[in-house]
Design a protein around this ligand. Structure first.
Ligand SMILES: Cc1cc2nc3c(=O)[nH]c(=O)nc-3n(C[C@H](O)[C@H](O)[C@H](O)COP(=O)(O)OP(=O)(O)OC[C@H]3O[C@@H](n4cnc5c(N)ncnc54)[C@H](O)[C@@H]3O)c2cc1C
Length: 445
């Protein structure tokens, strides 16, 4: 199939990848509408892609090996040991071989953004307020003001989609919702699907790795290839290094899962669902609570690592998930976190978004028309998304809300515990592009 116009709502990981996929597939016009003004690099948090998924995406041309990343080869599961016999890094529960590449979100985004073909138009600072063209049973009314005409100049065309911004409505052949967690496009594709709060939050932070030298034993106490998971009753902290925004620099990145503080406000008056707090907006008094949590629960070295983080580099994010019942409707299509929101324990969000783009491009290349393209993408990626959401819930229960007694578990017990979590899924880090969700996975790593 060639030609056609595509609007991509959201210009983050999924948005950049879909813009590129649509342009490479042969779309005549691709426009990315992103509500944030300017560039997005300063969303300074880390993420990882497991090596198998990474290699697959590089082979498929959806990830460039030239994008700076940091190799991680071991996951050390540790816990506090009150007697201190095991030293400041705590008691080692298990050293798990695990090969992944870590990224700075901004570096990954820059890499994807720069690789978008020249003809792709990026409109920063453009908020999409409504979309239509879903062709839903209750009328193709979009999620805006309820009127059904398409565009301002043209007559009604059921075969088109539209986006609405402050400049009015614009018609497109296809609208891709790559607009994340609280997607406007999702509200039109499946109005009843809402992210579900997992019942806990994560604090996240990052800082220049050179600051580690201020600690007793310095940065040398923590070899750069190690991911640390420091476990405590009711949560865990995952710590690893990522490349800095400036070439040649390295950051420490951590994610601290914990129950929600009582003071966290709900998203709106009608919801018990807590809202996140961006970096730079947390009251320093609240951060004392985080320091206290770290000091109380973590081995001393890891508590000190968390407490080294500058105040302005800490944010708080409630954990949610959502598996949408469908990811296409009419001429609307969902991608990345707008389509499926997976708890971060899977380490699969970015890989999943890039795989969505990969599947979309492959479907585009073989499709005879739109009616052929959308159902195939929906079937394939919908099943993958649901499998990952299930796994994320299982990992969240095993590692946070129903974690074992860390004082009573040994290395063999840890390996069994991990295998049980993955049994029947094989989806840690995301499912292989070549393997459907219900096939037998390789052994747990
Ligand atoms: C704590 C945590 C840790 C994580 N760790 C990992 C990890 O290790 N590995 C991994 O692979 N993934 C991880 N993830 C998940 C990963 O970050 C996401 O899955 C990935 O970034 C895909 O994002 P996206 O592009 O779909 O959505 P987003 O990054 O949320 O982007 C949505 C974009 O849409 C824009 N937008 C929203 N609404 C509108 C609108 N109405 N109009 C215009 N623009 C709009 C937003 O400004 C934004 O730029 C983690 C997530 C969390 C919360």
């Amino acid at each position: 199939m060639r030609g056609g116009s595509v609007a991509v709502v959201g210009g983050s990981i999924a948005g950049c990848a879909f813009a590129r996929a649509a342009a490479r597939g042969g779309a005549e016009r691709v426009t990315v509408l992103e509500r944030s003004p300017g560039r997005l690099e300063d969303r300074g948090v880390g993420l990882c892609v497991v090596l198998d998924r990474y290699a697959e995406l590089v082979r498929a041309g959806h990830l460039d090996d030239g994008i700076r990343h940091h190799p991680l080869t071991e996951r050390h599961w540790v816990a506090a040991d009150p007697g201190g016999a095991h030293g400041p890094r705590g008691r080692v529960l298990w050293v798990q071989p695990m090969t992944m590449n870590s990224f700075h979100w901004g570096v990954l985004w820059q890499g994807l953004r720069e690789r978008a073909p020249d003809g792709v138009e990026f409109r920063a600072g453009t908020t999409v307020t409504a979309v239509g063209g879903g062709g839903t049973a209750d009328g193709d009314r979009g999620n805006g003001n309820g009127s059904d005409d398409v565009g301002s100049g043209g007559g009604r065309d059921d075969r088109q989609a539209w986006v609405e911004t402050a400049d009015g409505r614009e018609p497109y052949d296809l609208v891709v919702g790559a607009d994340g967690h609280r997607s406007v496009v999702r509200a039109a594709v499946c109005p009843d699907a809402r992210p579900e709060y997992a019942g806990y939050v994560c604090w996240r932070g990052s800082f220049d790795a050179r600051l580690l030298d201020r600690l007793p034993g310095g940065g040398a106490r923590w070899p750069a290839h190690e991911v640390i998971t420091a476990c405590y009753p009711g949560g865990q902290v995952v710590l690893y290094r990522i490349p800095g925004l400036t070439p040649g620099t390295t950051l420490v990145n951590w994610v601290f899962y914990a129950s929600a503080p009582a003071w966290l406000r709900p998203v709106d008056d009608t919801s018990a669902d807590p809202d996140g707090i961006p970096a730079g907006s947390l009251d320093p008094a609240r951060l004392d609570e985080l320091a206290e949590l770290a000091d109380r629960h973590l081995p001393p070295y890891w508590a000190e690592v968390v407490n080294l983080t500058p105040v302005g580099r800490i944010l708080l994010q409630p954990i949610h998930d959502l598996a949408t019942p469908r990811r296409t409707a009419g001429r609307l299509l969902l991608a990345g976190d707008a389509a499926t929101l997976v708890r971060p324990h899977n380490t699969s969000g970015a890989a999943k978004a890039l795989q969505d783009a990969c599947a979309f491009e492959a479907a585009w290349r073989t499709a005879d028309g739109w009616d052929d393209l959308l159902p195939g993408y929906d079937r394939e990626r919908g099943a993958v998304g649901r499998a990952l959401v299930d796994l994320g819930r299982r990992l969240g229960r095993a590692q946070v809300t129903g974690a074992p007694d860390w004082t009573a578990i040994d290395e063999a017990g840890m390996a069994d515990w991990w295998r049980e979590q993955l049994a029947g899924t094989g989806g840690f880090g995301g499912l292989s592009l070549d393997r459907p969700p219900n096939s037998t996975p390789p052994g747990a790593r």
